[in-house]
Every structure is written in C-alpha cells, then in structure tokens.
Design a protein around this ligand. Sequence first.
Ligand SMILES: NC(=O)CCC(=O)C(=O)O
Length: 268
Amino acid sequence: MRVALIQLAYDDAETLDARVERVVALVREQAGHDLVVLPELWGAGGFSYREWSSRAQDVTGSIGTALSAAARDAGVFLHGGSIVERPASGETGEEGHDLWNTSVVYDASGTLVATYRKIHRFGFAGGEPKLMDAGTELVRVDVPAGSSSLAVGLSTCYDIRFPEMYRALLDRGAEAFVVPAAWPMARVDAWRLLLRARAVEDQCFVLACNTAGTHAKTQMGGHSAVIAPGGEVLAEAGEEQQVLSVEIDPSAVRDVRESFPVLADRRL
Ligand SMILES: NC(=O)CCC(=O)C(=O)O
C-alpha cells in the first residue's frame, strides 16, 4: 500500500484561492498512491486564529469541492487534512459555537466518505476552545489496499497527547492512525516522541502529516512521519515542504501483534 504525506509550507501572504490551487495540483501529482494525506487547517491557517471565522466553510465549500475533484482525478483515497467547518445548516455545538476543526476524507471517486471533528481542542483558554466546539465522535474509515483494506482511526494534532483516545480507536478495530497537524517547531521533539509512543503502545501504523513554513508568527515543525506498528520510523520529513512517499504493508500489524502480543495482556 503506497501512502503519500504532503507536508505543506505556507505563509500569510498567500491567498486561500492560490493555496487551494497549489494543494490540489500537489494531490493530483500523487496519482498511483493508495492514500494521500494533507495537514490540519492548511486552508484557514493552523495558527491564524483571527482569520478562522472569515475562512470557515461548509464541507461542501470551495475547499471540499476542490479536494473531491482532486481525489477523483488522481484516483486516490484522500485525507484532505482539516477545514474550519461552519455547517451550512446553521448547526451549533454544545458550547454554542458554529465552528469545528473538521477533517474531510474522500474516496477515489471523490465522494466524501468520512468527517472527523477534532475532539481535543488546542489553545487552553484561547484558540480552539474559545472559537470552536469540540467533536464528540470517534471515526474509523477503511482504506482500500489492493485486495484488502487498512482500518484507519482519525485524529488531529493535539489529540496525539491523549492516549486514551487512541486506545478507544484501537478498540474500534484501528490498525493505523492518521494525524494531520499544525504542530510548531518549538515542541517538535514532543511531536516525534508522541507519534512513536502511540504506534508502539497500540501496535498501529502512525501516518502523521505536519505543516511547514511560518505563518501567524509561528514556525511550524515539519517532521511528518510514517511509523510502523513496532515503532520503527519508516520515513521522516525534514523542516521544509516535502512529500513523503512510503510503501507500507498492512499485514505488519497482524505480524507485530502475533509475535509480541502485548495487547492481549491488557487488564480493563
Ligand atoms: N494545532 C494543534 O493542535 C497544536 C498542538 C500543539 O502545538 C501541542 O500539542 O503542543
């Protein structure tokens, strides 16, 4: 199964339209991959809190429409990273906000097959908790891989600090976790550690796609990575924009779990 992580760099000068055009061109270049992943909030800007409301969209807005077409044209399963979602229905959340940090996933025909609203909001008293509602649903999506498939648990950036969420995804059958992110350089050591920790403790692949470049006065950390279910780093990006293209073998999950059956020793 061939996976591409598009570690995108952007700055404050680029318009949303120009960024969407650039991103969908990069997605189309990944034809031949089974799964392509983009970072968190690449359209609105991961740390551009002040812009989030004006850049919010329904999942069927301009970003979603462009991603759907790119997935179809490239013939790839596409995790489109996340958008600042403002549902066209006027829905509000339990805390009264009308915004969510929502991941959008398309199959190779361009159909929106899953959405995931980020459960753990980053920013303490500011940022996401101030502006957005928290998601409440765990989401697993099965990505076709040749004659079989890979069960992928969805998560976003700051979620990686909450191991109980990944255990819950494991209990829903996850064999891999996708982690789109806008994680800053200042804490990149923690990012690299946490990705491997989640892989080792749950014996799952971790496919983590971070942001690069500097926006909203925040330097992003890069270091997107693909981690095997035994914890080996199969590929890791540097600090600049880069596409990581990696072959993974879904049967490695079963092999690791059989040869070192630590999950069978859980005491609930
Ligand atoms: N966008 C995020 O969730 C950032 C998370 C982060 O910087 C951290 O957990 O540290």
